[in-house]
Ligand binder design. Structure first.
Ligand code: HEC
Ligand code: HEC
Ligand code: HEC
Ligand code: HEC
Ligand code: HEC
Length: 495
């Protein structure tokens, strides 16, 4: 077999060009098979290996095939010989003797052509599915996508392919995304990308084609009890607990009741904003049962012109803009590591100092990691030298966690720092829901879009010293009301 192959190869590679072609075809074929096996066996995992396997080698393979053809044509042109004479020079009589199924050379050529075509079809389909894999999207142009890749891996959607949210289904979506991909390749190559990548992402597929394939908007029922644990900035890092009863119900028809009311099939809320950032809302409208719209206009923006021509209907991403690329709020990030037991609150002022350490501006990632370590070590060595000696391992692990917080959330190479990509869920440290839910949004009857503290959640406890207990009943039936009123006043004063 090998002997015959070599014999055929010798015949085909008539001149330097042909020889080069044969070398390219053979070597890229063999290397590709070896690399692919190594990838399948998990010996090589880098996505660059994928780039080489599915892009570089197949390209070399095709170039090789062309070189062989070019070699023939060159030979023909230089010597003025016909293809038959050319074959006579390359092969011996036996190869050329014609049977009923054609000559042996003809068999070889047919055989190798079929192999080449099958091979190229398999490789190109592999290439397409490889280019759709999260690993490729997330790591092929490393520095650019690294923030999205890091946050993606920690999200509830880390098993959902990037393309399921960003490309959606259908031929139109596929073509759109491939065209867009070409532009992205160009902009990465020539460094034309904006850093950070601007949001909202306008090419994102509509939520109906993505989120709603897995989550069913009409099927949100009841409420969700959520306890948020915070730590104070005092020496003891005092822990406090707030418990919200989040009304995540969708509500139906007249039975309006909760947060997912906006997105049920029978409802529509649409709005227009000052610019494409969707931050400052000029007006928002609610579709009424008779098909008309009731409009709430922002008092503070009357007469404001807008660059937007299209109104937008609220979908999942207007609230869940951080469904996957979840950047933490600096305080919550530390509170969470404390709650998870990674940062020990027996270290005095660890919350306060940790916060200082992760929020100082550092020129790059390494400076950041080193700066955090120096800050924390320095602080305990100066203020609590004895503790620094006795509890050095607890300090060490706190530093490791603070560095992890920094690496996850801060990406100097993409100009991403605290708050660059704020979440629209809630209203603490973000305009979020209060973009519309505020007393400046009024309709013709003088009604506002409610910002009542019990519209979206009831606050079962706020900064309490102990976690809220389900079964503790309020003393009087009225105290819930009083608490809300009190909290509301207190909150509005500080807002
Ligand atoms: C569950 C859906 C989902 C998945 C899976 C997903 N994304 Fe996203 N992505 C989003 C949403 C939603 C936004 C934010 C849109 C906005 O703010 O307008 C976004 C934004 C982005 C942005 C813009 C910058 C930013 O952080 O807002 C990039 C780049 C991006 N995604 C890349 C990726 C890559 C790469 C993957 C896979 C590794 C991925 N996405 C997986 C939903 C998803
Ligand atoms: C391929 C299916 C799929 C798609 C597409 C998808 N999700 Fe999810 N989503 C899930 C699954 C499964 C979970 C639960 C993961 C878990 O609990 O570990 C989840 C979790 C969530 C959660 C967190 C729930 C919680 O308990 O905290 C939110 C919010 C969410 N998805 C919103 C979205 C939004 C918004 C989109 C569109 C941008 C989207 N999802 C697209 C499957 C999907
Ligand atoms: C008006 C804002 C808003 C819109 C629009 C919205 N959500 Fe939500 N969603 C919320 C809030 C607020 C929560 C509660 C957040 C929390 O648990 O921390 C929530 C919770 C969720 C959860 C977790 C539910 C649970 O049982 O714990 C999922 C999943 C989810 N949303 C998916 C979606 C999907 C999918 C869409 C679009 C079809 C959508 N949401 C549209 C605001 C919204
Ligand atoms: C783009 C504007 C807009 C944003 C952003 C927005 N809402 Fe709304 N929301 C509305 C409008 C308009 C109504 C209906 C007001 C009316 O006519 O009573 C509404 C109604 C509600 C209702 C009452 C539904 C019912 O059953 O009556 C809840 C609860 C709610 N929103 C929660 C939220 C939460 C939570 C967020 C943030 C995560 C949010 N909204 C963000 C515009 C918005
Ligand atoms: C339009 C809906 C909406 C209204 C109105 C609203 N909230 Fe909230 N609130 C939310 C959502 C959503 C969250 C975020 C829950 C989460 O973190 O997932 C939240 C979170 C909170 C938290 C917990 C924050 C934390 O991280 O500890 C407090 C406290 C709070 N709200 C108080 C209030 C008070 C007081 C009012 C009245 C002035 C109010 N809220 C009005 C939707 C609303």
């Amino acid at each position: 077999m090998l002997e015959r192959y070599l014999h055929f190869i010798k015949g085909v590679s008539i001149n330097l060009c042909g020889k080069l072609g044969v070398v390219l075809v053979t070597s890229s074929f063999v290397s590709l098979i070896i690399l692919e096996l190594a990838r399948l066996m998990g010996i090589i995992t880098s996505s660059y290996a994928g780039l080489v396997t599915y892009m570089l080698f197949p390209s070399l393979f095709v170039i090789g095939l062309f070189l062989i053809l070019i070699g023939w044509f060159k030979f023909k042109k230089q010597t003025g010989k016909t293809i038959t004479e050319l074959f006579e020079q390359g092969f011996d009589k036996e190869d050329l003797s014609v049977t009923i199924f054609g000559s042996r050379v003809f068999h070889y050529i047919g055989f190798f052509s079929i192999i080449n075509i099958v091979f190229l079809i398999i490789i190109s389909s592999q290439m397409f599915s490889f280019m759709d894999s999260p690993k490729f999207c997330g790591t092929a142009c490393h520095s650019v996508m690294n923030p999205e890749w890091v946050t993606y891996q920690q999200s509830p959607h880390s098993r959902v392919d990037c393309v399921q949210c960003h490309v959606g289904e259908g031929a139109g979506a596929l073509i759109d995304s491939k065209l867009n991909g070409i532009w992205q390749m160009v902009s990465v190559t020539f460094d034309l990308l904006e850093r950070p990548i601007p949001t909202p992402v306008h090419q994102l597929r509509p939520a109906r084609e993505t989120c709603e394939k897995c989550h069913w908007p009409d099927k949100f029922y009841g409420s969700r009890l959520k306890t948020i644990v915070h730590n104070d900035l005092d020496e003891a890092n005092t822990t406090n607990y707030s418990t919200l009863n989040l009304k995540i119900d969708a509500g139906h028809g007249d039975n309006r009741s909760g947060i997912h009311w906006h997105i049920t099939a029978e409802n529509e809320v649409r709005y227009i904003s000052v610019d494409d950032k969707r931050e400052e809302i000029i007006w928002a409208e609610v579709r009424q049962p008779d098909g008309s719209y009731n409009r709430y206009t922002n008092k503070t923006l009357t007469g404001m012109t807008t660059s937007q021509t299209d109104t937008r209907s609220i979908d999942c991403v207007d609230c869940h803009n951080r469904a996957t690329h979840i950047y933490e709020n600096q305080e919550n990030a530390i509170d969470k590591r404390i709650y998870d037991g990674l940062i020990n609150i027996s270290l005095p002022f660890i919350k306060r100092e940790g916060l200082k350490a992760v929020t100082s501006g550092y020129p790059d990632k390494n400076a950041g990691l080193e700066g955090i370590s120096n800050h924390i070590f320095g602080f305990y060595q100066r203020q609590y030298p004895e503790l620094a000696r006795a509890k050095s391992f607890i300090i060490d692990s706190a530093i490791t966690s603070l560095q992890e917080i920094y690496s996850r959330n801060i990406h100097p190479e993409m100009n991403i720092t605290w708050g660059t990509y704020a979440s629209h869920i809630g209203h603490i440290g973000t305009t979020g829901c209060f973009r519309c839910h505020n007393s400046n949004m009024v309709d013709n009857n003088g009604n506002t879009i409610s910002d009542d503290c019990t519209l979206c959640h009831s606050l079962l406890s706020n900064k309490a010293a102990t976690p809220y207990q389900y079964l503790t009943k309020p003393d009087t039936s009225d105290i819930n009301y009083q608490m809300h009123k009190y909290l509301r006043d207190e909150f509005l004063q500080s807002y």
